[in-house]
Ligand binder design. Sequence first.
Ligand SMILES: C[C@@](CO)(OP(=O)(O)O)[C@H](O)COP(=O)(O)OP(=O)(O)OC[C@H]1O[C@@H](n2ccc(N)nc2=O)[C@H](O)[C@@H]1O
Ligand SMILES: Nc1ncnc2c1ncn2[C@@H]1O[C@H](COP(=O)(O)OP(=O)(O)O)[C@@H](O)[C@H]1O
Length: 325
Amino acid sequence: MTVVRTSPPAKLNLFLEIPARRDDGYHEIDTVMVAIDWRDELEIEPIPQGRIELTASWLPSVESIAGELGLDTSDGRVPELLRIPTDGSNLVVRALDAFRATFGVKTGFRVRLGKRIPAGAGMGGASSDAAHAISCAAQIHQIDNSSRVLHEIAASIGSDVPFFLGGGGPESAVAARATGRGERLLPLQICPLIHFVVAYPSVSLSTAGVYAQLNVPQHPVGSASFLQAMDREDRESMGRAMMNRLSEPALKILPQLSELLESLWQCGLQPCQLTGSGSACFGIAKDAEQAKDIVKRLKTELQPGVLLRVARTVPAATPIEIEPS
Ligand SMILES: C[C@@](CO)(OP(=O)(O)O)[C@H](O)COP(=O)(O)OP(=O)(O)OC[C@H]1O[C@@H](n2ccc(N)nc2=O)[C@H](O)[C@@H]1O
Ligand SMILES: Nc1ncnc2c1ncn2[C@@H]1O[C@H](COP(=O)(O)OP(=O)(O)O)[C@@H](O)[C@H]1O
């Protein structure tokens, strides 16, 4: 049986405006997302049984992630914050079930999911896992990855999922502008290589909960200035035009996020911002060296209690490795 493997990346929202509330429970958004090299690991093989068998674990180990976050594992149990669902609530299971239903596939899949991306972080980990699972299933069943149907399956799983399909072309974009509820994508051809420091505090935020606290602005800010700056690779103007409309409601729910943002800023990262609905925050570094030095310094100040990683922009869709057996 063929085994396929890939490494779903996380995302950061460099620009996020919410122009309107919709009648269907969603919001119109205008966002520019980039994928980053903070990755999960996904391994999928077809099985004759018509079901999805998912196992999931933390990489390198639950103890090491819990240690960085200051969570207790001495009783041998996985802390609540690090529990990964393996039932039908996991977006990978939902995505593969939707794939089977759409293409009338009677056989199933065995999936091993290695998690590094924290959940409820605004980093789109579950969405990326789901999109890459769809791409793997398409590879196994020899379905064209640029098929419109795959995009529709992705959008039915979550607003952020289509971004991680990467447009189906051989060269996936690093960045995209997403509108509608997030599923309408315009891949951006130009995106400078950006080095980040990303920080996840020991707490998750519910996307629906943060949107529920939002006051939709009367005069939304357009993404044009940000997009023009990106097109010119003008980092200074990009920095000035960055924003996240969900910061205010997220900080209302978790006021301690302002201290985390302040810590990033104090180290010389600029600008610093919440990603998506949080709780992760990021700051832009001048280069890889500065990002590494800042993570080292912040670890002594903030750990245990905060996951800290250097990250850089990468293509949103990661190639799939095939291991025939
Ligand atoms: C805020 C963003 C920014 O990229 O990212 P995250 O913080 O989740 O990573 C996205 O808009 C999140 O997209 P995603 O996480 O896929 O959301 P979904 O599963 O589709 O929706 C979860 C819930 O969020 C709210 N929601 C989501 C998207 C949207 N455009 N308007 C909304 O109001 C709705 O209450 C919905 O029931
Ligand atoms: N593949 C998955 N990995 C992690 N969490 C998942 C997965 N599928 C579903 N979930 C559930 O979805 C919730 C949101 O996950 P995620 O999309 O990573 O959050 P966000 O993008 O808002 O940071 C988690 O709290 C978790 O319970």
